[in-house]
Design a protein around this ligand. Structure first.
Ligand code: TRP
Length: 333
């Protein structure tokens, strides 16, 4: 088969928000449209590595995440959606990859370093969490992916995946291709408070399932230019969250340019600007929310989609393991 492969995933730790939408969902929809052989993974193993004592939280978010995917337009007829822990070939590949990475190198992975600080893991990091870049390399390479649509924060993961693939190819046999990240046009969507990252735990996220009222309230709270007090005052566009969002979501680029000019010169109030943004976000989110509500009425059908996807994913990962075992000379019997 000559079609290109893509794999990406999310941890089932909560609902997806606009940061996910801009960061990678949009690109997944694009790849799906282009006919890529796409795999989307619910990374429950990775989620458990940070909260082993709360399996119920991971479990309840499996369905939520699947609903978000389907509602956002991931089509199970074109994209394989699957559950990571039910493809044990990934765990197997992780173990072999662990031999190709030093503990020192793992400790230098910027994504892990940042997450360790965020989670208060500096002195108490579980080994499973510490090594999750290796697990992530196994996710990607088990499916011999060509591209990985991710947010900017995941770039060190792709880099480490390629290092592992190179080392495997060198030591054993040329088996894996180089994988390329696919970044979104908007590198990172800030939270409504203007902070660099939108996150559920940071309390600054707009979710794909938010109601019209929630969207309006959150946009009203959005960080703009604190010095822009009167409508007639000139305001700042750089670092103004409302404009960052308009750049990401408003299809009328020319009008946004005009609004920016007017805001900078003075004469455009935050209230009018936020009203426009709230309407645009509502028109993006409304169809997703409505589709989600419909799908949520039949959780069994959604679980059935995951079951079929997982079955297919397992077959594909098993093909890779066959090649891997041969390359490693452990195909004894
Ligand atoms: N670490 C990713 C995140 O937190 C999720 C993930 C797990 C992933 N395995 C992956 C993303 C493989 C891309 C490819 O968002």
């Amino acid at each position: 088969m000559h079609t290109k492969r893509s794999l990406t995933g999310d941890r089932p730790t909560g609902r997806l928000h606009l940061g996910h939408y801009i960061g990678s969902l949009q690109n997944r929809l694009e790849l799906q449209k282009k006919g890529y052989d796409q795999f989307v993974m619910i990374a429950d193993v990775q989620a458990l590595s940070a909260q082993a004592e709360h399996p119920e939280k991971v479990r309840e978010n499996i369905l939520e995440l699947a609903l978000d995917y389907l509602a956002a337009g991931i089509d199970p007829k074109k994209t394989t959606i699957f559950i990571q822990s039910l493809v044990p070939e990934i765990a197997e590949l992780t173990v072999y990859f662990l031999n190709l990475v030093t503990v020192l190198r793992l400790g230098q992975n910027p994504t892990v370093k940042t997450e360790m600080v965020e989670k208060g893991f500096t002195k108490t990091v579980p080994a499973g969490f510490f090594m999750h870049p290796v697990n992530q390399a196994a996710d990607i390479l088990a499916f011999r992916s060509d591209v990985v649509p991710v947010g900017e924060d995941q770039l060190p993961m792709i880099e480490q995946t390629n290092e592992i693939a190179d080392k495997f190819n060198r030591i054993y046999k040329k088996t894996f291709k180089k994988v390329a990240p696919l970044l979104s046009k908007t590198p990172r969507l800030p939270g409504i408070d203007g902070k660099a990252k939108m996150g559920k735990s940071l309390g600054n996220a707009i979710f794909l399932a938010d109601s019209g009222k929630e969207i309006r309230e959150k946009v009203q709270k959005m960080y703009t230019d604190p010095k822009h007090i009167h409508v007639s005052d000139p305001g700042r566009v750089e670092g103004n969250t409302v404009f960052t969002y308009l750049d990401a979501f408003d299809p009328d680029v020319k009008e946004v340019q005009r609004l920016k000019k007017q805001y900078q010169e003075g004469g455009l109030g935050d209230v009018a600007l936020k009203k426009r943004l709230a309407e645009i976000l509502e028109s993006t989110i409304r169809p997703i929310r409505e589709k989600r509500q419909k799908l949520a009425k039949n959780p069994k059908a959604v679980m059935r989609i995951l079951e079929k996807g997982t079955e297919h994913a397992r077959t594909e990962a098993a093909k890779t393991m066959h090649v891997v075992r041969k390359a490693m000379k452990i195909d004894y019997l």
